[in-house]
Design a binder for this molecule. Structure first.
Ligand SMILES: Cc1cc2nc3c(=O)[nH]c(=O)nc-3n(C[C@H](O)[C@H](O)[C@H](O)COP(=O)(O)O)c2cc1C
Length: 218
């Protein structure tokens, strides 16, 4: 597929079909994504992919943790409430909230919450692992690695969603994923076949005008 087609067509999916993903497809996507650039070619981020029984166990625990008031979420990269972001970002986020309400109704947040409880029904979740004492530059490398994976997945006919929802409980994940004490799951990427019947997949995000975010200085 042409890169421009992939870039234009790709949108996050928030509900996936039950159809399983071939393990060989996951391996091909991760191998393609390894072409991402990284700081002095450090290639620090690792990928641990949960599928099948492992993912079922993570999914069941995730849903119960999301409703357990004794266990607050604790993503390794801290959550920043919307009112604390800069004005331009807040405007974009509010536009996104409004677009979800237009499609899903006033209880859009609850509906997306339910989808999140179920890990968006992803059939594979890629967890991006960093050493706990990572350089902040490794976050840029992780983003490049993940984006390559997202584009390679689309090329293979797979939809995806990058989601902090996947890493709300890193201590619990560490056990499921068999991580070393000095490793942490920083971000997650859900993969699967998009369910076009699902209401949560109906609306697509828009983008700001390019001149709002671009200045070219001669
Ligand atoms: C770092 C990051 C975290 C995200 N976390 C979530 C999430 O937890 N839940 C969710 O529904 N979407 C999440 N998203 C998806 C964004 O909402 C989505 O990428 C954005 O609205 C643009 O839409 P698009 O991906 O369909 O183009 C996340 C995206 C990124 C890059």
């Amino acid at each position: 597929m042409e890169l421009s087609t992939i870039l234009n067509e790709r949108h996050s999916a928030r509900w996936f079909k039950e159809d399983q993903i071939d393990r060989s497809k996951i391996e091909a996507i991760v191998k393609a994504a390894q072409h991402a650039p990284s700081w002095i070619n450090s290639q620090t981020p690792k990928a641990v992919v949960a599928m099948g029984t492992t993912l079922k166990q993570i999914r069941a625990e995730h849903a119960s943790l999301n409703h357990d008031e004794q266990t607050p979420s604790a993503p390794y990269l801290p959550y920043k409430p919307v009112p604390e972001w800069d004005a331009r970002s807040q405007k974009n986020m509010k536009g996104w909230f409004a677009s979800r309400a237009a499609v899903l109704g006033d209880d859009w947040s609850a509906k997306l919450g339910q989808a999140g409880d179920a890990l968006y029904n992803a059939q594979a979740v890629v967890y991006f692992i960093l050493p706990k004492d990572f350089s902040q530059w490794s976050l840029i490398d992780l983003g490049s690695f993940m984006e390559n994976m997202i584009l390679a997945a689309h090329d293979e006919g797979l939809a995806s969603i990058p989601a902090y929802q996947y890493v709300l409980y890193p201590d619990h994940l560490a056990k499921h994923l068999g991580l070393a004490d000095d490793e942490v799951a920083v971000m997650g990427l859900g993969l699967g076949y998009r369910d076009d019947q699902a209401a949560v997949n109906e609306s697509q995000s828009t983008r700001a005008a390019t001149d709002e975010i671009l200045r070219i200085l001669d």
